[in-house]
Design a binder for this molecule. Structure first.
Ligand code: ADP
Ligand code: MG
Length: 730
């Protein structure tokens, strides 16, 4: 008889007794008094660096130039002093390999001199570059093991911070991760390249409106969704532990249909977790601001105030890490998987993206002066044009096994990328596109139209939650990103496609101006031309509907329904040109990225299939057979006393069990067969396709049958923690 499940439930009962006093509230009401205290940010730099060094670091970050060795020594000394004052014993290069998680290798400050003296040391050399053993990180074939060296290189544009784990404190230095010949092996280097490229392309366009602009940065505000369940329940589900999602489980009769969880009051244990988490985040300078319940039971969201894109990406990665650690303190687990539970909503990570200038202007914010409005229109239309041209590359950047369960299910944006802009902007673009002339009067009319726009930022009535890419007043919101993903992937594509598009735009405007067209008129003419072309990507209707699928196909929009299909785009000339022209990924780097992603997909599916097979074979089937025997015995016992007539229920149940077992058995055989076949092919793309097309459907068949069994087998025997227990027992 299974006790794991009941032991887990008992463990929670016992926890209830401990609440609410167990977790002392950390932090205090005055967030400003400790915000960023664990960050080597502006304040700490001013205090611990000589003024000259401080100014040089700031200048280098602004220009993106390298710091020289001498300066690095000075910075390292200051950092070490600051960190030691805060009781750090170790330092670590912190990086973001293509696994999607963060990685760190700790070294102690303490070292020994050649004559045996013990000293504490942190040199500029150690700050700038380290050589972790790169051989265990995915490289997509860029490194063979004999030249496995990978280097982490300091990224001064993201501030160093102190990671506290228990009593241990480590100075963490954000770095990029490259091969010995400088190829990107992480998410950060491509992001930084794309950001620099965007700056280069956007500044000349800004200068059409304001000659004082000399820097454009991308901004990102992410919204992180996650589930929280009790640790004991988590540990009693091998599928959650091994694959991050439940591979089996009959939906509870109550799930989210009452819609009573969204924005509902937060359960006390989770509330305490959130408080604790916010304090930790604030100490690390992560500006988290909002918290609320999400649609599904046990689902929540946390979002910060937006930041410069590079720092925002680091903060999201750091936050996910902190969340996992803090949750353990509370005997809870956070689940970042896109679809931990079937039948209820999965989790995404909306990426709110915009651009801003050194003059303090949000380029996607309409304003109240005429020139500001033409500038807004320029960046607005070019963003949509960029998506229109490169939607498939964007789709590829959010493709992975977990996200497949979300995209296209009726809860998350579909796999088809389209853009939602709202009624007011749709009308405005229509008026501009249909205007016959583009002369002075037309420019005035267009500008006039924009200034008559209702306040878009405040206009929340007009939101389309089904759109994967929506304009929300002063930014675009990319909603198809998965909750477990590193934002850097899709954000690299956003920056890159926008930059490529802005280069085209500038060329088009220059061409007209060289022929004598006035500047504003030229801008409007080019925009008008774009608006006419980009129409197919605009969609205001219900993205979940089947009609949209058909309509999108008619419009020629790509619809890559699963990861292997979506990733295949990375192997095309289109993607090679996209990344290559921008200097964001070389051909080798792109090939490596594709390989790493395909490999990750295959591995994840393989783990899922094997976990499912083990569970069914060793945990589910023995339970079912025990119940089967019991039913048979019951029939036998009734028969012995001449009451076989009374065994109808038992017989029917036995028949149903037999039918489901037959499906399970057949599914298991076919799944194994398909797995073997997939493992036999050497081409990763082909293997991924086979896992997706042949293995996954069998997994689903098996699940369906087992979930039926769960509904009829004696509850006392059932070995796995049930959905109703995971989602509603707190
Ligand atoms: P919601 O989308 O739920 O209505 P908000 O509009 O308040 O929420 O913002 C969502 C996220 O968008 C927040 O993280 C916010 O900081 C971010 N955001 C707001 N303005 C910008 C901007 N200009 N660039 C990037 N992100 C932004
Ligand atoms: Mg939002």
């Amino acid at each position: 008889m299974s006790h794991t499940r009941f032991n887990a439930l008992q463990a929670i009962e016992n926890r209830m007794d401990l609440l609410p006093g167990e977790f002392a509230e950390t932090g205090n009401a005055n967030i400003a008094s400790y915000f960023g205290e664990n960050v080597f940010g502006d304040e700490a730099m001013k205090k611990f660096l000589p003024e000259g060094a401080y100014l040089s670091v700031k200048a280098a970050v602004h220009s993106g130039e390298k710091l020289n060795r001498e300066l690095a020594d000075v910075v390292a000394a200051g950092m070490k002093e600051w960190a030691q004052e805060k009781n750090c014993t170790h330092f670590a290069h912190w990086f973001q390999p293509l696994t999607g998680k963060t990685a760190e290798k700790h070294d102690s400050f303490f070292t020994m001199t050649h004559d045996g003296r013990v000293i504490e040391e942190f040199t500029g050399g150690a700050l700038v570059q380290q050589e972790p053993d790169g051989s265990s990180f995915p490289s997509g074939g860029m490194r063979s093991t004999f030249e496995a060296r990978g280097y982490t290189v300091w990224d001064p544009s993201s501030p160093a911070f102190i990671m506290e784990v228990g009593d241990g404190k480590t100075l963490c230095i954000p770095t990029i991760f490259v091969t010995y010949d400088g190829c990107a092996q992480d998410f950060k280097l491509p992001l930084l390249r794309s950001h620099a490229f965007l700056d280069k392309a956007a500044v000349p366009v800004c200068r059409l409106f304001n000659p004082d602009v000399n820097k454009v940065t991308a901004t990102l505000g992410w919204e992180q969704e996650y589930f929280v369940i009790d640790e004991a329940l988590y540990n009693a589900r091998p599928d959650l532990v091994l694959s991050g999602r439940t591979l089996l489980g009959r939906p509870a009769s109550k799930h989210q249909q009452l819609e009573d969880h969204y924005f509902g009051s937060i359960p006390e244990r989770v509330y305490l977790l959130m408080r604790d988490l916010e304090t930790e985040s604030h100490k690390l300078g992560i500006p988290v601001r909002t918290r609320h319940n999400e649609v599904a039971p046990c689902q929540y969201e946390v979002a910060p105030i937006f930041e410069e894109i590079n720092v925002a990406v680091d903060h999201n990665q750091l936050l996910m890490d902190v969340m996992e650690r803090v949750a353990r303190r509370h005997k809870l687990r956070v689940l970042f998987h896109e679809k931990p539970f079937a039948g209820i909503n999965g989790s995404g990570k909306h990426n709110n993206w915009s651009m801003s200038t050194n003059t303090g202007v949000n380029l996607l914010s309409p304003g109240d002066t005429p020139s500001r409005n033409l500038r807004f229109l320029t960046f607005f239309v070019n963003t949509i044009m960029a998506v229109y041209k490169y939607a498939d590359v964007l789709r590829a950047s959010i493709a992975h096994a977990g996200n497949d369960h979300r995209l296209g299910a009726n809860e998350a944006p579909p796999a088809i990328i389209s853009v939602f802009i709202g009624e007011a902007m749709t009308k405005l673009l229509g008026q501009i596109a249909n205007g016959k002339k583009t002369d002075d009067a037309a420019v005035k009319r267009a500008i006039d139209l924009i200034s008559k726009l209702p306040n878009l930022e405040l206009d929340n009535t007009d939101r389309n939650r089904t759109s994967p890419f929506a304009f929300t007043g002063n930014k675009f919101e990319i909603r198809a990103v998965g909750s477990s993903q590193n934002c850097a992937g899709p954000m690299t594509v956003m920056n890159t496609m926008m930059a490529l598009q802005l280069l085209d735009f500038k060329t088009d405007v220059d061409k007209l101006m060289s022929k004598g067209t006035e500047k504003e008129e030229a801008i409007l003419m080019v925009l008008k031309n774009y608006i006419r072309k980009l129409k197919p990507i605009l969609f205001e209707g219900n993205n979940y509907s089947d009609e949209w699928k058909a309509e999108a196909a008619r419009r020629g929009l790509s619809n890559h329904a699963n990861t292997p299909e979506a990733l295949a785009v990375l192997g095309t000339k289109h993607a090679e040109d996209f990344y290559g022209k921008a200097g964001v990924l070389s051909k080798t780097e792109l090939e490596a990225l594709l390989n790493v992603q395909l490999h990750a997909y295959c591995t994840k599916l393989d783990i899922e299939a094997k976990t499912l097979a083990d569970l069914v074979h060793a945990t589910i089937m023995p339970t079912v057979m025990r119940y089967q025997t019991e039913l048979a015995n019951s029939i036998g016992a009734l028969k012995a006393i001449g009451m076989e007539d009374a065994a109808g229920f038992q017989k029917n149940t036995l028949r149903a069990i037999a039918q489901h077992i037959a499906v399970v058995q057949d599914g298991m055989e076919k799944m194994q067969h398909a797995l073997d076949a997939a493992h036999h092919v050497t081409d990763l793309q082909e293997e991924a396709g086979m896992l997706c097309e042949a293995v996954k459907p069998q997994m689903e068949r098996i699940r369906e049958a087992v979930d039926e069994l769960e509904g009829i087998v004696d509850d006392q025997y059932w070995p796995l923690v049930k959905y109703r227990e995971m989602l509603f027992v707190r």
